[in-house]
Ligand binder design. Structure first.
Ligand SMILES: Nc1nc2c(ncn2[C@@H]2O[C@H](COP(=O)(O)OP(=O)(O)OP(=O)(O)O)[C@@H](O)[C@H]2O)c(=O)[nH]1
Ligand SMILES: C=C(OP(=O)(O)O)C(=O)O
Length: 204
């Protein structure tokens, strides 16, 4: 069984506003993080397609270089609106929305989470802190509504999503908004684009 995975990505000029890394250009870092996330998701065995929702021209161009990933424009109705647009466009019945700021993500960890989600009508994987959501899934047809935002893990649980028992150490759960979170992600192992950008920043 294959999944459609929707990944919303904000413009790199406006995203990752809390991520200050000395020597690194923030939009370039946001781009590297997003493309590493998309590439890891697209290489997961259970993923039939990745649909990136973005209005960023650099992200769109990068996605076009990744097998198994396509993009659609962001309708401009915030994160949940972008998720809805991607879910409407998805071609597989099993659908998921995943955040685009998971630079340590491995295909194996996404496959593990999707295997756990297979038996659930609706499920959610909280971020490493437990309050946010990194992956929201549906096995049921019909209208799908995501509830990202403050305390979204609890909101998804209230909306009937089973909280999946994915280990806190999973690379899927390590979303990155701050330099401290990027350090934790680096200890797990960053994707190639983010690694190269940070190495260049260190050498500068
Ligand atoms: N397409 C789209 N993606 C969004 C939008 N808002 C957030 N995202 C994406 O959703 C994921 C989580 O976003 P956040 O961490 O809340 O936002 P961020 O702007 O990247 O980070 P901050 O500036 O620290 O808030 C990231 O992949 C964002 O790019 C939106 O309005 N449209
Ligand atoms: C948008 C969310 O995450 P964050 O702002 O932590 O990236 C969320 O968890 O709903």
């Amino acid at each position: 069984m294959l999944w459609s995975v929707v990944i919303p990505v904000k413009t790199t000029q406006s995203g990752k506003s809390r991520l200050e890394i000395s020597g690194a250009d923030r939009p370039q870092l946001a781009l590297a993080i997003a493309l590493d996330t998309v590439a890891a998701a697209a290489s997961a065995q259970a993923v039939g397609e990745v649909v990136v929702v973005t209005s960023d021209a650099d992200v769109q161009a990068g996605v076009e270089q990744i097998d198994g990933a396509t993009w659609i424009p962001d309708p401009g109705m915030s994160l949940n609106g972008a998720a809805r647009a991607g879910l409407e466009r998805a071609s597989h019945e099993a659908r998921a929305v995943m955040l685009g700021d998971l630079p340590a993500l491995t295909a194996a960890d996404l496959d593990d989470a999707l295997a756990r989600a297979t038996g659930q009508e609706r499920a959610v994987v909280p971020d490493a802190e437990g309050s946010g959501s990194v992956l929201v899934t549906w096995r049921v047809p019909g209208a799908h509504e995501a509830h990202f935002g403050t305390d979204s893990a609890a909101k998804h649980a209230d909306a009937g999503h089973t909280v999946l028992d994915v280990p806190a150490s999973s690379t899927l759960r390590r979303d990155v908004d701050t330099a401290e979170q990027l350090e934790v992600a680096a200890a797990l192992g960053l994707g190639p684009r983010t690694t190269a950008l940070l190495e260049a920043a260190r050498a500068a």
